[in-house]
Write a protein that binds this ligand. Structure first.
Ligand SMILES: Cc1ncc(COP(=O)(O)O)c(C=O)c1O
Length: 392
């Protein structure tokens, strides 16, 4: 079927964080909400149908995960990412963040060092610090409007700090890189040299734009699989974040048993009836929706790229290879952090994520969510242009 991503959806009474916390977070309600990383779209029709049918039954007792769910996931991962997984590798978590926290708690000790690659998803900083581990940064290099990994620095950080864990963001939020096989292989080789564990957050895996192809870290080789925990979820892919479900693939039996034991101890691996129904249906029948959705978002991104280039050269948009996030280099506006925040909220009337929250490397940047109606992107860019023209 043909999906209509231009449909206006009434978000009243959905308790959506993106819409309903504007006053608390930004101090204003007249803003276009383009911050939290979920989509403005209705999800795939087969998923909505399956959820309705499930709701019709009217019983929501404790629920087990059926074999058909494991098969749907394994089928998806093989079709989409060319990775043949064993059913027993799949572990469960209410979200990717809880899984990352369980990995930190299980596989490192208080005081241990953990490497992350900023600018990066803000909770990476918090979960390391909140669990009394020490943060070590291997900042990405920003070269010619594109981000790269600094491999020499990565090896150096392992060597000098004794870190035993890397939290990888692949594809990378917010810079939109889809790491290549060569890049992933170099990361793996370095982690092998220093005997470090790779926790690979691949929540944006399904959102790569052709010709870029996401490669699961653990699919590189059996050696990579042995030291990697791969975190996937249907939440970003099919806009199901509110259902709170993710699956974690751990080929290494020892690591898997330790992970599952902690999940069981915390009673964290139970599931939600709707999440089971939605995930299975999405992985079996959501492919057509996703294809159209990615084409629609890609067109939004291309539109924005052209608009910035033609009308707002003061802001450089980093063209994403994956994710629906636009990383905007606003440094030429010459504003400090508070000034840039004020400009976006008070003058442009936009609710965006502040670059500084992704680490000091994000200073002078803003993150804009492009998973919205074309009309929303157009309106946002017009607001931005007007605010900038008033300052020119
Ligand atoms: C890289 C990354 N990891 C994890 C999450 C959150 O995952 P979850 O909601 O499954 O905890 C996000 C959400 O934006 C993300 O971008």
């Amino acid at each position: 079927m043909r999906y209509n991503f231009d449909e206006i959806i009434d978000r009243q009474n959905t308790n959506g964080i993106k819409w309903e916390t504007l006053q608390d977070i930004f101090g204003a309600t007249d803003l276009l909400p383009m911050w939290v990383a979920d989509m403005d779209f209705r999800g795939p029709e087969p998923v909505m149908e399956a959820l309705k049918q499930r709701a019709e039954i009217g019983t929501f007792g404790y629920t087990q995960r059926p074999d058909s769910l494991y098969e749907a996931i394994a089928g998806w991962v093989e079709r989409k990412h060319h990775w043949k997984i064993n059913k027993e590798w799949i572990c469960w978590s209410p979200g990717v963040l809880p899984a990352l926290i369980v990995c930190i708690q299980n596989f490192t000790k208080p005081g241990d060092r953990i490497i992350i690659q900023p600018p990066v998803y803000p909770p990476f900083f918090k979960i390391v610090k909140d669990n009394d581990r020490e943060l070590v940064t291997n900042p990405l290099r920003y070269v010619n409007n594109r981000y790269e990994i600094d491999f020499e620095d990565l090896a150096d950080k392992f060597r000098t700090t004794g870190a035993k864990m890397l939290i990888l963001c692949s594809p990378h939020n917010p810079v939109g890189r889809v790491w290549t096989r060569e890049e992933l292989s170099r990361i793996e080789a370095i982690c092998e040299e220093f005997d470090a564990l790779i926790i690979s957050d691949e929540i944006h895996a399904d959102l790569a734009y052709s010709p870029f192809q996401h490669i699961p870290m653990a699919s590189l080789s059996t050696r990579a699989a042995d030291r990697t925990i791969v975190c996937f979820a249907p939440s970003k892919t099919f806009n199901l974040a509110g259902l709170q479900s993710s699956y974690i693939m751990i080929p290494n039996k020892e690591l898997r048993n330790a992970f599952n034991k902690t999940m069981a101890r915390g009673h964290l691996a139970m599931s939600n009836s709707f999440a089971i129904t939605a995930s299975e249906s999405a992985y079996k029948d959501g492919g057509e929706w996703l294809e159209q959705c990615l084409a629609y978002i890609r067109a939004n991104i291309d539109y924005a790229a052209e608009f910035f280039a033609l009308h707002i050269p003061e802001i450089k948009m980093i063209n994403p290879e994956g994710t629906y996030l636009l990383w905007l280099d606003c440094s030429r506006l010459g504003l400090d952090t508070a000034g840039l925040r004020r400009f976006m909220v008070k003058e442009a009337k936009l609710a965006l994520n502040e670059g500084i929250s992704f680490g000091t490397e994000g200073e002078g940047f803003m993150r804009m969510n492009a998973a919205c109606r074309r009309a929303t992107i157009e309106e946002a860019l017009q607001r931005l242009l007007k605010a900038i023209e008033a300052r020119r």
